[in-house]
Design a protein around this ligand. Structure first.
Ligand SMILES: Nc1ncnc2c1ncn2[C@@H]1O[C@H](COP(=O)(O)OP(=O)(O)O)[C@@H](O)[C@H]1O
Ligand SMILES: [Mg+2]
Length: 456
């Protein structure tokens, strides 16, 4: 846009100056021609009448004209020349005649700045009237250039008005074109943003053409492929976790029965104990997997009810009383006021709290603390769960919500979970229409803040 403006200015400024010098030269030329014509007429008819006519003509032209004799004494002049002006003219003529004789003044014309004139200066010009015997006298003209200046100023105004319209038109064209060009890109940007956040069911239909259209088609087919891929992955997880449940139940049940059987060796009992424990773990993993895939498929319904959350939480925590004392961890529950009510699905919120609590228990050393804090703000209720455990390194923070992501990558670690807990928590909080934030300092502890809308 500014380029357009600069172009217009770059056009207007030279025009102004070119037109000025064009008019100036034009007027000077005209004045000189007039003087030389007068001189020729006078030489052809050297009489008082000729002089009278010349003066009359110049009177009509509204210029100041003086005829000097060879002694530089004024012989005839137009009206309206004040004595003061006449003196100035005489001084100028005398000066220049001397300069002409000395050979230092070549022209016959000069530009003279007059006081109180805004436009180009006056043009003063003189012309020697000479015949074969020498100089007979001099003719002098003072031409005001004002009236010649006027059309020039008008022309400049026209030019500026035209520039203004060109500018406006250019600006509108620029807006229109840039919108036409960028609109499809903006739409595609929004769509790819959605794709990046996991919404693959986008439909692109921009008004782009050519390469922009090709790009759009590529993005569309990429989104379609991603959608197919993610669907088949979900289906696979859902099927496999479903189909694994029955065999695991059998293994679990029979190993449990067998290990309590009398008459088997101690060694066999230990083996069966291991089978029983591991099948329990496997069951938990498969259950998590099954639940997560159902959540991802959007097959989980939520049934919220208004719940007085503090008593509800303390009841939940009572079940962990033994675990706390066994692990030598203290637990506290505080609320900024009693009877804070919030709309939630008790079963699913139970799972959220349990998953977070079990993480805290798992990653906090003996002597540590786990605290629950409830508060209400505007139309939201927040639950803050903090522990004084080992914390999560900063570089792992964004990934702990991913399924199977665990900070401690060694899968063999006995006390490790499935790595699905936080992924499930996140989905469940989303399902509640709330949000969960995480902050953690390695070696100091971890804090999760769940915020739910009071009335879901
Ligand atoms: N309270 C916590 N303190 C320290 N690390 C945690 C805490 N909660 C979660 N983490 C880290 O986040 C990872 C993912 O958690 P999660 O999805 O529940 O998987 P899992 O508990 O099965 O390992 C854990 O492996 C652990 O490294
Ligand atoms: Mg966990």
């Amino acid at each position: 846009m500014s380029v357009l403006l600069v172009t217009i200015i770059a056009m207007a400024v030279p025009f102004y100056y070119i037109s000025e010098s064009f008019y100036k030269n034009h007027v000077i030329q005209e004045v000189e021609n007039r003087l030389s014509a007068h001189s020729n007429v006078f030489l052809d008819h050297p009489s008082e009448t000729t002089v009278y006519h010349i003066v009359e003509m110049e009177n009509q032209e509204k210029v100041n004209f003086i005829l000097y004799d060879e002694q530089l004494e004024p012989v005839a002049q137009t009206d309206n020349i004040t004595p003061q002006l006449r003196e100035e003219y005489s001084r100028w003529v005398t000066e220049h005649v001397l300069e002409m004789e000395a050979g230092t003044f070549e022209g016959r014309t000069g530009l003279v700045e007059m006081e109180g004139q805004a436009h180009i200066a006056h043009i003063w010009s003189m012309y020697p009237v000479t015949d074969d015997e020498g100089v007979l006298g001099y003719m002098f003209i003072d031409q005001d250039t004002g009236e010649f200046n006027e059309p020039r100023v008008n022309l400049l105004i026209i030019l500026l008005v035209m520039c203004f319209f060109v500018f406006i038109l250019g600006f509108l064209a620029f807006l229109f074109l840039s919108k036409r060009l960028t609109q499809p890109l903006v739409e595609m940007g929004e769509m790819t943003h959605q794709i990046a956040s996991g919404k693959y069911n986008v439909i692109l239909d921009t008004k782009g053409e050519g390469e922009v259209k090709d790009l759009e088609n590529d993005i569309q087919s990429m989104a379609d492929q991603l959608q197919r891929y993610s669907k088949s992955r979900r289906e696979f997880l859902s099927h496999i976790s479903h189909d694994l449940r029955t065999p695991i139940t059998y293994i679990k049940a029979y190993s449990s029965i067998m290990k309590d059987e009398t008459g088997i060796s101690e060694e066999w009992r230990e083996y069966l104990e291991v089978i029983s424990q591991q099948s329990n773990r496997l069951e938990g993993l498969v259950q998590d997997l099954f639940q997560l895939s159902r959540l991802e498929e959007g097959k989980v319904e939520i049934e919220k009810e208004m719940t007085e959350i503090k008593p509800w939480l303390s009841e939940l925590l009572i079940q962990y009383k033994r675990t706390f004392s066994e692990k030598d961890i203290t637990c506290s529950l505080k609320a900024d006021h009693q009877n804070i009510k919030v709309s939630l699905d008790p079963k699913k919120f139970h799972q959220i709290v349990v998953n977070l609590l079990e993480n805290s228990l798992r990653y906090t050393e003996a002597g540590g603390k786990i605290s629950f804090l409830l508060y209400e703000k505007d139309k939201e209720v927040s639950l803050v769960i903090s522990d004084t455990g080992k914390g999560i390194p900063e570089e792992d923070l964004p990934y702990v919500w991913d399924r199977f992501y665990r900070v401690d990558k060694s899968r063999s670690s006995e006390n490790g979970g499935s790595g699905l807990g936080l992924a499930i928590v996140k989905k469940l909080v989303d399902l509640h229409g709330g949000e969960i934030l995480l902050s953690s300092t390695k070696g100091k502890g971890t804090t999760f803040t769940i915020t739910l809308p009071k009335k879901g």
